[in-house]
Design a protein. Structure first.
Length: 253
């Protein structure tokens, strides 16, 4: 009645979700689709029942198209991707699910958790491939994937990502500390990257202690003084701040 064409009846009904859910549980799939065709507006939270109904009837390609049509300004692309992802997965089309929806559908609170969610859901994919695909999906945020690359022991990739786009100096310094003995070459590059981004003016609540910590772990590897001085040679926003903190370690820049 609320979705009818009669203006005297049309309006909001708080039991819409309950109705659609009950019809789905009862297996009355055609009625769900017919009812949604009457809706005066498209909302992903309602259309998802149409997707599940179509998929349950074996009309999986149609279900995917139906879900993708619901993309609106207020609809979550992650929720849509998750709904669509289940359809090829249920048919054993794992590669298609990964290629079309898997990355977006696995989005999590942090980039590290996001990477782990994808890798866990699609174990046949090599970690390096998953990382590359996620980096490509998020241009300009390469530095945020540093922790993911480090956790997968993709150290060369981690260093490259940390130098392509801003990365948390504190995260880089922790990496330098943790690997200064086990992987000193990686520790050196992580520490230098931390100093670089501090000098460039990046980082949240960076203090002089953060500068000294990064320098401490890089200076444990011989012959890095020149590289540190090179970072301080320009006129970047954080150059004076970093130079003042480092003066007593490597001498005036």
């Amino acid at each position: 009645m609320a979705w009818s064409k009669d203006p005297s009846l049309r309006g909001f009904f708080k039991g819409i979700t309950n109705c659609l859910s009950a019809l789905l549980a009862a297996g009355r799939y055609e009625e769900i689709v017919e009812l949604l065709d009457m809706a005066p507006y498209d909302m992903g939270c309602y259309r998802q029942y149409g997707v599940m109904a179509l998929a349950a009837m074996g009309r999986k390609a149609e279900a995917i198209g139906y879900e993708e049509e619901s993309r609106g300004l207020n609809d979550s692309p992650v929720a849509i991707a998750r709904a669509c992802e289940e359809i090829p997965l249920s048919s054993g089309l794992v590669d298609e699910a990964y290629r079309r929806y898997g990355l977006v559908a696995s989005r999590a609170g942090t980039h590290l958790a996001w990477f782990r969610a994808v890798a866990r859901k699609y174990p046949h994919k090599k970690p390096a491939e998953v990382l590359e695909d996620l980096v490509e999906l998020t241009p300009g945020k390469e530095g945020k994937w540093f922790a993911a690359a480090k956790s997968a022991k993709l150290f060369d990739e981690a260093v490259a990502l940390a130098n392509r786009a801003p990365c948390s100096p504190q995260a880089l310094t922790r990496a330098a500390r943790d690997f200064v003995r086990g992987n000193p070459a990686f520790a050196l590059e992580a520490g230098l990257a931390a100093l670089r981004w501090i000098v460039e003016g990046y980082g949240y609540e960076v203090t002089g202690l953060d500068v000294l910590d990064a320098d401490t772990y890089t200076m444990r590897v011989p012959e890095t003084g020149d590289r540190v001085r090179g970072l301080l040679a320009g006129d970047a926003p954080g150059r004076d701040f970093a130079a003042a903190a480092l003066d007593r370690h490597i001498g005036p820049s």
